[in-house]
Design a binder for this molecule. Structure first.
Ligand code: UGA
Length: 434
């Protein structure tokens, strides 16, 4: 199948590379010529384990191409994926201008009937709205059929999720279109659920909102555990053994971040409001998350009184491990707050350290050397559970720091290991070690 993908951001690039890997002829289109130049040299523009090798393999096999010219990229395509961003507007709703522009670009350039697949996360009803835009702009006699095929991949494990996902959702306006998409995806060997367009769009939002709800729920339980002397890790394990609940997304911490959960939960609240429905449960989920990003600073203030002049090592900037993405990371809230309270901040991140100065709105130092960050620090704050931080012996804190006082937002170490290391340790939803 000859496929074009518009947008080489996270979703678009992974989609294009994966579709070429299963044998399709794929051209990815992006309006940014610098990005396209890098991609054409075989350099992936995002950090994602396994992506670079797969990209190179398919470029060498002449199945994967990149261009900044719509006319060239869309020429002869039978199926066109739209995978451009839907950033959050100030009121929380999704900004559809890039999806609309992609639709116009498609309509102006195609010379034969095509199927257009929307991969971007879009509010319910957008697929039909986009179809109308295309119908108004295509040449006479050309038919555009539309399908919704949301993605469920996680940053950092996008390749794994694309090839080993739980399901592929295909929302289409007719049976024939759904069948074509099923055939395209058949080599992935993943179960397919075919739905109408609106249900497919809703499945994406509902899934992310539900996962965010699980996280806020366990974070509230964690906050309560602290007050009642229980251990949230034990509680999660005990809850998760019930298969109706499940173990995943019950890890308490300093809240969810990233480019998806915060944006999609806000957009769903906004969408509900537009239809005179107050989604109170989801509003609370968001409120709990906003507070959770601040709990470590509250603990630090409770411990020290004042943070003025304290040297604080912040371990981890990325919103989660295995990505260099800082979007909506708790670090963006925690670091400026620490600086505002008078602390001197030195941050460590093995991959995202270079991104720090661009994202953190406060003076701080950045290093990829954990010992340098910890050296002579008055306390350490763990924001991201990077494997090298988790693997570190808790004794290391005592070895490098002025005073080994650790505030762990990701529960990286067992309480027993911390006691043995003789450090002062505050985590989330577990007993303090003092
Ligand atoms: C999320 C979904 O998991 C994907 O299925 C979806 O496709 C994607 O959004 C999207 O809409 O594009 P992602 O944002 O990459 O993927 O990251 P997750 O691994 O889901 O983690 C999100 C946040 O939740 C992270 O900040 C993580 O630290 C936090 N989290 C996750 C917890 O605090 N506790 C948990 O138990 C799990």
């Amino acid at each position: 199948m000859k496929i074009a993908v518009i947008g080489t951001g996270y979703v678009g690039l992974v989609t294009g590379v994966a579709l070429s890997e299963i044998g399709h002829q794929v051209t990815c289109i992006d309006i940014d010529p610098n990005k396209v130049a890098e991609l054409n040299q075989g350099i992936p523009t995002i950090y994602e384990p396994g992506l670079g090798e797969m990209m190179l393999r398919n470029q060498s096999a002449h199945r994967l191409f990149f261009t900044d010219q719509h006319e060239k990229g869309l020429d002869g395509a039978e199926v066109i994926y739209i995978a451009v961003g839907t950033p959050q507007r100030a009121d929380g709703s999704a900004n559809l201008q890039y999806v609309e522009q992609a639709a116009r670009d498609i309509a102006n350039n195609i010379r034969k009937s095509v199927i257009v697949v929307i991969k971007s996360t879009v509010p319910v009803g957008t697929n039909l709205h986009i179809k109308k835009i295309m119908n108004a702009n295509t040449r006479p006699g050309i038919q555009v059929r539309i399908a919704s095929n949301p993605e469920f991949l996680r940053e950092g494990s996008a390749i794994h999720d694309t090839f080993r996902g739980d399901r592929i959702i295909i929302g289409a306006e007719d049976r024939e279109t759904a069948d074509v998409l099923e055939e395209i995806n058949a080599p992935f060997g993943i179960p397919v659920l075919k739905t109408d367009l609106s249900s497919s769009e809703m499945i994406k939002y509902a899934s992310n909102a539900f996962l965010a709800t699980k996280i806020s729920f366990i974070n509230e339980i964690a906050n309560l555990c602290e007050k009642l002397g229980a251990d949230v890790e034990e509680v999660s394990r005990g809850m998760g053994l019930d298969h109706r609940i499940g173990m995943s997304f019950l890890r308490a911490g300093i809240g969810y971040g990233g480019s998806c959960f915060p944006k999609d939960t806000n957009a769903l609240v906004q969408l509900a409001g537009n239809h005179h429905h107050e989604f109170n449960l989801l509003k609370s989920v968001i409120e709990v998350n906003n507070h959770q990003q601040r709990v470590l600073v509250e603990k630090m203030v409770a411990r020290f009184g004042s943070l003025k002049g304290k040297r604080v090592a912040v371990l981890g900037l990325a919103f989660k491990p295995n990505t260099d993405d800082l979007r909506e990371s708790p670090a963006l809230v925690i670091i400026p707050k620490l600086v505002e309270l008078g602390a001197e901040v030195i941050t460590y991140d093995p991959i995202a350290a270079n991104q720090g100065p661009r994202w953190i709105n406060a003076p701080a130092a950045y290093t990829k050397n954990i010992a340098k960050a910890l050296k002579d620090a008055d306390c350490a704050v763990i924001v991201t559970d990077w494997p090298d931080i988790k693997r570190m012996e808790p004794e290391t804190f005592a070895y490098f720091m002025k005073t080994p006082i650790v505030f762990d937002g990701r529960n990286c170490y067992s309480i027993a290991a911390v006691r043995k290391a003789r450090i002062e340790y505050y985590s989330v939803g577990r007993p303090d070690v003092v």
